[in-house]
Design a protein around this ligand. Sequence first.
Ligand code: COA
Length: 345
Amino acid sequence: VPTLSIGSFTLESGATLPSVSVQYEHWGPAPADGNGTILVCHALTGSAHAAGPADDPGWWQGMIGPGRALDTDRYAVICANFLGGCYGTTGPTTIRAETGMPYGPDFPKVTVRDMVRVQHALLETLGISRLLAVIGGSLGGMQALEWAACYPEDVAAAIPIGCGLAHSAWAIGLNETARRAIMQDPMWQEGRYSAQPAQGLALARMVAMISYRSAPSFESRFGRRLQSGAAPPQFEVESYLHYQGRKLVDRFDANTYLTITHAMDAHDLARNRPPLVEALSRNPVRVLAVGIDSDALYPVAEQREVAAMFPYGTYAEIHSPHGHDGFLIELDQLTALVRQFLGDA
Ligand code: COA
């Protein structure tokens, strides 16, 4: 998997990271000016591995490939692990040259805007000056919005899915609950842990997983059924959530979870900009804001607001019982919307 250094990078906060490396993957023709390039942005615990071979599929496997929504016969598709991540791009797990130790809790606060500026630097280094589209769900959608606002001349279209103009009190509250779960684990050690605060990170994931779904989807999947073979008796939904918690502990990092959820909470497209309406009034980017009708974390009113804010904004809705995770599950509907928007239908 390619990793590219973009050198030192000064964050929105004013802090400077002396050296930033970005891990990315690409599919279809090599991303370059002259090839229509589509940037995919990933969500909280995602990675650059959005697609892969059958024995190593990516998190958006059904969206990327020949004839798919992001058609690799037509477009170069690229996805990079974001700044602050733990999948190859500089973040809390990166070893600092100065100390020989990981940044851990000393990794500076980053913002979604910082992530997007790092992606822009990556694309510049790769010789790509203009994107056909930038697309992502959840935190990926927040990045798509920042792209449209920061680089309106460099991106023709943005497709933010399941996110709003700013992180809501509801979403911040859920993130803070998850962070507290991590920090109250005795293994946390102020972030200087030698072994992950596994109980806390698992609990953070369990809370998050509930917010990614909906009451009807849990009801139809699990109801009040008991997990077979569990002693003492356990509901299926309990078993499911514990399993999902353990699974995240095996593949993620607690300091990274804090860093990225803080970045999400700071998301506010209006931040440090003139009144947003004025800032976007001449924005030339075509925006397709996609909502999921059962999304309790980022309700559809937020995506309607996104569409209304951009002069070339439109709104479309996915119908699903699965809540926020609809952007990972309802790929047939999403494919139809994206193809139509890109003019491929
Ligand atoms: N007890 C224990 N484990 C159970 C279970 C139970 N009662 N019921 C299901 N599982 C396990 C399955 O064995 C399976 O394990 P595996 O992943 O190791 O193969 C896993 O749970 C399936 O997860 P599930 O949520 O049921 O998958 P899905 O098909 O409903 O959803 C995805 C598909 C892509 C949404 C899901 O796999 C995923 O990636 N979720 C991540 C959520 C996320 O991060 N969302 C981002 C929001 S920003």
